[in-house]
Design a protein around this ligand. Structure first.
Ligand code: AMP
Ligand code: GLY
Length: 422
């Protein structure tokens, strides 16, 4: 099978690494890719915003299957353009990708199909939103409706903070993404992520994970795209996984099909485990970054047939096997992230891959023969261990083998699982 992978982050390096191990693969291309992905794939300088360019490349190179990593091309309908051209594609249609592209859409799906989530209202103007907030009181959560790179959410502990967030949104802080706002009840509990493949009519549960969104140790400082993750998430007991499937994922899959927008791809459910059980915080319609890195390390099965089955309505034919051992990944970011940071800082040698331990690339490039950091999140030191403590030790051993003066990382990834004594 000839495969084209779309994307350039740590998530896509992990996908490329895993797909490259498949006996079904004859050739892997990646667009645009990164220097880590180049170890497993031929990089193609394609403009992925041009659906015509991607379709033409696939036709000219007899691509059998396209795997779309990030959300933006899915929300923009790349999977629709590829499928219209007869090319099998992993990732939902633009209509189904609204589950990530519009928070209001997702809340309406939850309301219609009785899926547990925080009570909410949608608003397209500030005065009504503010009146609702004053009536509800704090804590309360304000969300820009559209894609805002993880920055469109304010968890307001006071009414004043919530009102200020409303002004920010309607004054354009998030561009078009903030033209509509969701105001939502604050949910109290521990967060977890759950991943499940869907072909539109069958589900294949994958695994659980936990992210670390804040930039600083002890979950302090501003939100980021994710500073580290581990899988599985001990908070997600077998019973909670079963409830999540029955109460959240299955009704979503059935509901999306009923609305004429069947979902094929991966459901990435952001959950809050409240006193009542699992409640949906948000859906993403692609693998998490950095959650994907730990999932790929734990996946024993060949990834390619799983993704292909999800894309072609044959999910009932496949199963997935997992290593019981947990995996943990530590993100190394450029100093200053998630604010401003220097670009093109030199990265020295990286530790070699060993069984169960690998550094994935995210925002890296090679300039004049030198590996440099070009992004905010740059490297992912990822390792397995017999328990979380061992995986954490192994991941930080990798971190300590990386020489990069302008990099930093959290030193406490996994703390929540360790605090439970698991
Ligand atoms: P989201 O982009 O929807 O994942 O929101 C970003 C973060 O805000 C989540 O990971 C949670 O930590 C927090 N959050 C979002 N919605 C709620 C909610 N209803 N109650 C409490 N925290 C929330
Ligand atoms: N790490 C969170 C995300 O990928 O959205």
């Amino acid at each position: 099978m000839k495969v084209l992978l779309i994307g350039s982050g740590g998530r896509e390096h992990a996908l490329a690494w895993k797909i490259a191990q498949s006996p079904l693969l004859s050739k892997l291309y990646a667009a645009p890719g990164n220097p880590g992905i180049a170890d497993h794939a031929e990089l193609v300088a394609l403009d992925i915003d041009s659906h015509d360019a991607v379709v033409s490349f696939c036709k000219e190179n007899d691509i059998d299957f396209v795997v779309v990593g990030p959300e933006a091309p899915l929300v923009a309908g790349l999977a629709d353009s590829l499928r219209a051209a007869g090319i099998d594609t992993f990732g939902p249609s633009a209509a189904a990708a609204q589950l990530e592209g519009s928070k209001g859409f997702t809340k309406d799906v939850c309301a219609r199909f009785n899926i547990p989530t925080g009570a909410y209202q949608r608003f397209n103007n500030a005065p009504k939103a503010k009146a609702y907030i004053r009536a509800q009181g704090a804590p309360i959560v304000i969300k820009a409706d559209g894609l805002a790179a993880g920055k469109g959410v304010t968890v307001a502990m006071t009414v004043e903070e919530a009102l200020a967030a409303i002004d920010d949104c309607f004054e354009g802080a998030f561009g078009a993404a903030g033209a509509e706002v969701v105001v939502e009840a604050y949910l109290d509990g521990e967060e977890a992520s759950f991943f499940c493949l869907s072909d539109g009519k069958t589900l294949l549960p994958l695994a659980t994970a936990q992210d670390h969104k804040r930039v600083g140790d002890g979950d302090t400082g501003p939100n980021t795209g994710g500073m580290g993750a581990y899988s599985p998430a001990p908070v997600m007991t077998a019973e909670l996984v079963e409830r999540t499937m029955k109460e959240i994922i299955e009704p979503t899959m059935r509901g999306m099909a009923e609305m004429g927008m069947p979902f094929s791809g991966v459901f990435f459910a952001g959950l809050m485990i409240t006193a009542k059980g699992p409640e949906l915080i948000e859906y993403n319609v692609r693998f998490g970054d950095p959650e994907c890195q730990v999932l790929m390390m734990r996946l024993k099965s060949d990834l390619l047939p799983l993704l292909h089955a999800a894309a072609t309505g044959r999910l009932h034919e496949v199963t997935a096997e997992w290593h019981d051992d947990p995996a943990l990944t530590v993100v190394l970011a450029s100093k200053g992230y998630p604010g401003n940071y220097a670009k093109n800082t030199a990265i020295g040698t990286l530790p070699p891959e060993t069984t169960g331990a690998k550094v994935f690339h995210a925002g890296t490039a090679v300039k004049d023969g030198q590996l440099v950091a070009t992004g905010g999140r740059v490297l992912n030191a990822t390792a397995m261990g017999e328990d979380i403590a061992a995986a954490q030790t192994a991941a930080y051993k990798l971190v300590d083998g990386i020489s990069w003066d302008n990099g930093f990382c959290r030193r406490d990834i996994g703390w929540r699982a360790l605090a439970r004594g698991e």
